[in-house]
Ligand binder design. Structure first.
Ligand SMILES: [Zn+2]
Ligand SMILES: [Zn+2]
Ligand SMILES: [Zn+2]
Length: 289
């Protein structure tokens, strides 16, 4: 018995063609689903970003670019720069704009680590993921400890963090994975699939790269179409390259481009635009790293 990746029923061997029986679960379809043209769950889920990706103050989807939002260790909430700027204007510049906890001084690693650990104790998956990153990088005074990082990512993923599932995929990825932990592409793909089904753009993008490298251009394009529509810049660039090379249709590229722009508009607001201009100005003065 094996599970069909489209109807998700557990079926005997005779329900699958010989070829389908051998492919991995997420890509496997029973004879009935093939005949009916039923889509794999991998492609029907994760077309929208998770509600966890919203700024808790303005409720808009968070920008995907790093530096356009801040993770606050006090409450483990990621607040967009637009809302941080509004809080700053109201004179709350040394408090968390969400929970209003007084902010720690830069470099107060010990207190910051304690804050994160407290949130881990409260079973906060964002904190588990963040602490995992600190162990992976050996920051906040912690020694580098990859097995401990993986353990934390796994726990966070169990608690529903798609970012942690993505991180696990990256950790085991043969191309980009970390030294010191066994690289295992099938494990990486499994984690990327889990994250992609929860709307993670980077995981979806990487699945596209994996399929392209495995010689499955059609599947790669399907993944990149979804991630481009989530606002993933690299996926849109890949769709463009494929179109320029004559490997994707003009209609596909146009659809990806349209979807990408809609995602960008969804992530914009006048407050965020103002914060961006301000940040660029501060950067030019060397006051923002
Ligand atoms: Zn089926
Ligand atoms: Zn916001
Ligand atoms: Zn806070």
């Amino acid at each position: 018995m094996k599970i069909c990746g489209a109807c998700e029923k557990e079926l005997p061997k005779e329900s699958f063609s010989g070829k389908q029986w051998k492919v991995r679960r997420s890509m496997r379809r029973c004879k009935d689903c093939v005949a009916a043209g039923n889509e794999l769950v991998l492609f029907t889920e994760g077309r929208e970003r998770s509600v966890d990706d919203e700024c808790p103050i303005c409720s808009r989807l968070l920008p995907l670019k790093r530096g356009e939002s801040t993770l606050y260790s006090c409450c483990m909430k990621t607040v967009c720069n637009g809302c941080s700027l509004e809080a700053y204007k109201r004179g709350m510049d040394d408090h968390c704009p969400f929970c209003r906890t007084h902010q720690l001084e830069r470099g107060d690693d010990e207190a910051r680590l304690e804050m994160i650990q407290n949130r881990v104790k409260a079973n906060d998956p964002v904190a588990m993921h963040d602490l995992g990153l600190k162990y992976r990088d050996g920051s906040l005074g912690l020694g580098k400890d990859l097995p401990r990082a993986v353990e934390l990512f796994e726990r966070a993923a169990e608690y529903g963090s798609n970012a942690a599932a993505y991180e696990l995929g990256c950790t085991f990825n043969e191309r980009t994975g970390n030294e010191g932990i066994g690289k295992d592409m099938s494990r990486a793909v499994k984690h990327f699939e889990l994250a992609a089904k929860q709307g993670h753009h980077g995981a979806r993008h990487n699945l596209g790269v994996y399929e392209l490298e495995s010689g499955n251009l059609g599947l790669a394009l399907k993944h990149w179409m979804i991630s481009a529509k989530l606002g993933d810049e690299k996926s849109l660039a890949n769709m463009k390259s494929m179109y320029m090379a004559g490997l994707a249709s003009k209609a596909d590229y146009a659809e990806a481009l349209r979807g990408y722009h809609e995602a960008i508009i969804e992530m914009s607001s006048p407050e965020r635009d103002e914060a961006k201009v301000r940040r660029m100005h501060l950067k030019s003065l060397g006051l923002w790293s």
